[in-house]
Design a protein around this ligand. Sequence first.
Ligand code: 5GP
Ligand code: MG
Ligand code: MG
Length: 192
Amino acid sequence: MEYVVSDILLSDEVIHRRVKELAKQISKDYAGKELVTIGILKGAVIFLSDLIRYIDQDVDVVMDFMAVSSYGDSTKTSGIVKITKDIDINIRGKNVLIVEDIVDSGLTLSYLIRMMGEREPESIRVCVLLDKEERRKVPVNVDYKGFDIPDKFVVGYGLDYAGKWRNLPSIHMVDIYMNSPEEGKSMRGGDI
Ligand code: 5GP
Ligand code: MG
Ligand code: MG
């Protein structure tokens, strides 16, 4: 099978407009406070770095990162998440914002929220750029959401397929060809 970047689902212009709006809301909610952002590597890197530059300067933003991998076949997540890189900061008593690229089944985020909660932060909220709500298996309370998207596999603006295409400024769907693009027969954005 071959995977080819296809149509734009969300252009960089549309993304930036929405990221600014999210930052404005976050700026209002945390005005005069410290905010520890926890970006989930690697997908959230581009989103988080744009987001914090749009947050007002009277919010004291601290950045940290965490890397996770789910055990076993990632398309059929077990719900058990392995932390491959933990944050460096002690978040006890802090206002925490988990920043993630996309919420799909919800298993990753629900695990992370529970785990971070055990560290007794002052507050914990979640910010995601994309939400495939129809795929949800466990409920996740998303406080700041960029866009609802259909159940299609997407890449770009930090999101990858096999490590590639994170650098694309816009978010694209992916066409999957059973044989080759020349021979045709594409299946758009299924579950990779
Ligand atoms: P879940 O919510 O199922 O635990 O997993 C979310 C993770 O699955 C995301 O952080 C992301 O890594 C991956 N994922 C889900 N849908 C997509 C998609 O359409 N494109 C890409 N590139 N990754 C996705
Ligand atoms: Mg992710
Ligand atoms: Mg990925």
